[in-house]
Design a protein around this ligand. Structure first.
Ligand code: ASP
Length: 454
């Protein structure tokens, strides 16, 4: 039995939905279909989720904006027209959306999550109607009814473990299950969404709950590539990689699959197959527990910008009990999350995403770190890019770090920092943002030869 998830670009128009219908009905093992909200139809189009966010912000800050709500409804109406669906489904979407937009706004985060979630919820209802119209027994299933409970963290919910047992009961349903992605319910029955692109997470949770044999994730690329194709044209496709490799790559910038979506499938030992809705015959990429290391030490190179580092040095830091804890505690009190903490004898560097801090908070943080740790120096460096070189086989290969740093020095890239976790599935290089692309090309050339440096 398979759980299959379709992303927004696969559901953006009637023509896309026809492809989805073909794919789902081609294999009777495809039992549960998780859907996103309609995404972009062309490159400068706007996703329904983004339209909904804009709409909710307007209702919260400036008052009613029915014309914005109509732009959302028109996205569904266009699909319904293309597929010749009964207009009553659009009337229903309209009245539900207006009721939601005019609902209580005393808790803006909750309001925002409920409006965002309606994107997938309405799409699931519309898709179920479309399947039924073509004679397929298909039923929209609401996450509350199915028992998908999550933590009360607006915009970044996490699944509660008891959900898996509840979802298992869906196995007994007859016909196809059409399940909206991206949100669940708190124990108090409030809607909370996962982080952006979170329908991948719903698919993985459902695969775990239903104890599926496979989680198929349909998107708009033939495979996960070994490097971002906008940095290196026509990169090598990855046909198979492990959960750990995929998590490292998607965390550091690969946007094909949400980095938090692997854990539920991984815990249940369910492989994840990434495929292209627009080219379902392409092999795709399979994410598994272990693989044969046939591809050399490195499977992929990911990079992301928008980081800063806080360098803290204090003579004899190594002998001071609790130094690291105190430093991280200050971050905790300021509500900041960190990504990496490379350290030396007398210094530690804390790397974090810069968008969490404005200049006022940064100044406060520096002052607190200096005073409370009695540090000799606290310096913040901005505009850093992190590059992750990822591969399980690095563990068994001598000299991968040397090869990577030689490639970077050969390309004139200054390495601001290196971090290699003891898991040895990845190596992190910090470089200046303006050198990011150049550095990635140099590394790709080293490990996947045959690409000319520009
Ligand atoms: N529609 C949501 C978003 O755009 C969730 C998803 O597509 O996975 O983030």
């Amino acid at each position: 039995m398979k759980v299959v998830k379709f992303g927004g670009s696969s559901l953006a128009s009637g023509a896309q939905l026809e492809k989805v219908f073909q794919i789902v009905t081609a294999d009777p093992a495809r039992k549960a279909v998780v859907v996103s909200a309609p995404g972009k139809r062309f490159s400068n189009d706007t996703k329904v989720t983004d339209l909904l966010i804009r709409c909710a912000e307007h209702y919260l800050q400036k008052g009613a904006a029915p014309e914005l709500a109509e732009t959302v409804i028109e996205r569904y109406a266009a699909i319904a027209r293309e597929l010749d669906l009964d207009i009553s489904i659009i009337e229903r979407i309209r009245s539900d959306l207006f009721a939601l937009l005019n609902s209580c706004k005393t808790n803006p985060d909750r309001y925002m999550d409920a409006v965002k979630a309606s994107g997938e919820d309405n799409n699931a209802k519309l898709i179920a109607a479309y399947f039924r119209r073509h004679g397929v027994k298909a039923e929209y299933v609401n996450p509350k009814e199915a028992g998908l409970f999550v933590t009360n963290e607006p915009g970044s919910a996490q699944v509660l473990p008891e959900s898996y047992d509840h979802l298992y009961r869906l196995r007994n349903r007859e016909g196809l299950i059409i399940f909206p992605g991206f949100f669940g319910y708190t124990k108090e029955h409030e809607i909370v969404t996962f982080s952006r692109s979170g329908s991948d997470i719903t698919g993985s949770i459902l695969a775990n709950g239903l104890k599926a044999d496979l989680y198929e994730n349909f998107t708009d690329v033939d495979a996960v590539y070994s490097v971002n194709p906008s940095i290196v044209p026509h990169p090598k496709e990855i046909n198979e990689l492990t959960y750990r490799e995929m998590r490292e790559l998607s965390y550091a910038g690969f946007s094909v699959f949400h980095d938090e979506a692997l854990i539920p499938a991984f815990r249940a030992g369910i492989p994840v197959q990434i495929k292209n809705t627009n080219n379902p015959d392409a092999k795709g990429t399979r994410v598994v527990s272990s693989r044969d290391n046939t591809n050399g030490p490195v499977i992929g190179i990911a990079s992301d910008t928008g980081f800063c580092s806080i360098y803290i040095s204090k003579y004899l830091m190594n002998r001071e009990i609790g130094f690291g804890r105190k430093a991280l505690h200050i971050l905790e009190e300021e509500g900041l999350t960190y990504e990496h903490v490379p350290s030396g004898i007398d210094d530690i560097t804390i790397i974090l995403r810069h968008n969490q801090m404005d200049s006022e908070l940064e100044q406060k943080l520096v002052t607190r770190l200096k005073q409370e740790l009695q540090a000799d120096e606290v310096t913040v460096r901005h505009n850093l890019a992190l590059i992750m070189v990822v591969g399980e086989a690095m563990r068994h290969n001598v000299g991968t770090t040397a090869r990577a740093s030689k490639a970077l020095s050969g390309a004139g890239v200054n390495i601001e920092m290196i971090n290699q976790g003891s898991s040895e599935v990845s190596m992190m290089f910090g470089v200046k943002e303006e050198q990011e692309k150049h550095a990635v090309r140099a590394l790709y050339d080293e490990f996947f030869a045959g690409v000319l440096l520009s």
